[in-house]
Write a protein that binds this ligand. Structure first.
Ligand SMILES: *[C@@H]1O[C@H](CO)[C@@H](O)[C@H](O)[C@H]1NC(C)=O
Ligand SMILES: *[C@@H]1O[C@H](CO)[C@@H](O)[C@H](O)[C@H]1NC(C)=O
Ligand SMILES: *[C@@H]1O[C@H](CO)[C@@H](O)[C@H](O)[C@H]1NC(C)=O
Ligand SMILES: *[C@@H]1O[C@H](CO)[C@@H](O)[C@H](O)[C@H]1NC(C)=O
Ligand SMILES: *[C@@H]1O[C@H](CO)[C@@H](O)[C@H](O)[C@H]1NC(C)=O
Length: 346
């Protein structure tokens, strides 16, 4: 149901009438080259003992202070060039275009579930139905995109550069007239970082408060485990720096709020939609300063009220500080009480 709300945003801000409807979606591999410095990560995770240790370090009270520094020892002095294949579901032929970035322990299927009778959770189809073109992609290391190193490649600023290139792709290859970025959770952070560096007309942020004060329960509650050991059939090709949740119920705790979800959706998500994330992603995000004031388009914050990761399980009243971050935005609107947890039914 929220898909319709989200999907009208670029139109209500910029258009009176939807563009012609072209719902044809295709699966593409888009080659993207990036050139940015890399953080030097000074830890490794080889087994679940290490995953437990990492979880402790990322959640202790003084985490990310000098008493418990991030596992980062510096930045390379030069930019590192890489080319990745980005697996994307691409729908439409230009006009107003939305680029969707999924979150941690998710894949692009978050926006377009393959579950039976899941039309009400399908953001991609709802956006296409009202006339948007859509690019929904897997982050590097995830699903249909290139398998990359969990320490040296799957870093926040690299992923931001990938999204910047997809914004260019939308303008040049897709003939986009307006570009809106839509993010969920970690994908919302990539979205704001990209919007502060590239020209976009609107950003729609879900699973996002701009505040890491409430992050501990999510990190601890997910029960991080080494993905290749957890499920060698699905993830045997990933290095041991890729982590996933410990089981269906740990994942349910971080994703959903009772009674606002269907258990079959949680089961599908755990068994099909979820994909591991890389060890370097969280520390490199935490070590990056995002220039929120450089975002000039319209900003829409849409929060499930009971989101654990963004708000510690209750977002009501919490987004006023978040709105204030976007001092250069054309407009900022916030909804803090959608009846949902971290995963918003679309
Ligand atoms: C957690 O921090 C301790 C030092 O406080 C360090 O010895 C350990 O290697 C860290 N664990 C991981 C997985 O980085
Ligand atoms: C990583 O490097 C930083 C900065 O040199 C240091 O403070 C930290 O203790 C190191 N962490 C680990 C796990 O070695
Ligand atoms: C973009 O426009 C060009 C030139 O009009 C056209 O050849 C191309 O097919 C369009 N691309 C898409 C994705 O519609
Ligand atoms: C666009 O196409 C889809 C799929 O054919 C259809 O369900 C939807 O109603 C159409 N939307 C508009 C605005 O015509
Ligand atoms: C983050 O949350 C903490 C704890 O409630 C609060 O003190 C701080 O002002 C918040 N920061 C921002 C940027 O919202």
């Amino acid at each position: 149901m929220y898909a319709e709300l989200l999907a009208t945003i670029l139109f209500t801000s910029a258009y009176a009438l939807p563009y012609p409807n072209n719902s044809a979606c295709r699966e593409l591999q888009i080659p993207i080259s990036v050139s940015v410095p890399r953080f030097i990560i000074n830890t490794t995770v080889t087994d679940d003992w290490d995953a437990a240790s990492l979880t402790f370090n990322l959640t202790r009270r003084d985490s990310a202070t000098s008493d418990d520094p991030l596992p980062i020892s510096g930045l390379t002095s030069n930019a590192v060039e890489s080319t990745y294949q980005i697996g994307a579901t691409v729908c439409g032929t230009g006009g107003p275009t939305l680029i969707l970035t999924h979150g941690i322990i998710e894949s692009k299927l978050y926006w377009r579930p393959t579950l039976e009778d899941s039309q009400e959770y399908n953001f991609v189809d709802a956006a296409v139905a009202v006339g948007y073109s859509v690019i929904s992609y897997d982050r590097i290391g995830v699903g249909s995109s290139s398998k990359v190193n969990a320490l040296n490649d799957a870093q926040f600023q690299v992923e931001t550069a990938v999204l910047n290139s997809l914004v260019d792709y939308a303008h040049t290859t897709m003939n986009a007239t307006k570009v809106g970025l839509v993010g969920h959770s970690y994908g919302s952070y990539i979205t704001v970082a990209s919007a502060s560096q590239s020209k976009v007309d609107a950003v729609i942020l879900t699973g996002f408060s701009g505040n890491f004060s409430y992050f501990g329960p999510f990190v601890a509650g997910a029960g991080f485990r080494v993905a290749r050991m957890q499920n060698s059939v699905r993830w045997g090709a990933l290095d041991s720096g890729y982590l996933t949740s410990s089981d269906l119920y740990a994942e349910t705790y971080v994703y959903y709020a009772n009674p606002y979800f269907e258990r079959r959706v949680a089961e599908w998500s755990y068994n099909v939609g979820s994909e591991p994330f890389a060890l370097a992603e969280l520390p490199t995000l935490l070590d990056t300063t995002i220039d929120y004031s450089a975002i000039t388009g319209s900003v829409y914050l849409l929060q499930g009220q009971y989101d654990v990761s963004a708000c510690g399980g209750n977002c009501v009243g919490l987004l006023e500080d978040t709105k204030a971050l976007f001092s250069g935005a054309k407009a900022v609107e916030a909804v803090d009480n959608l009846p949902a947890g971290y995963a918003i039914p679309e």
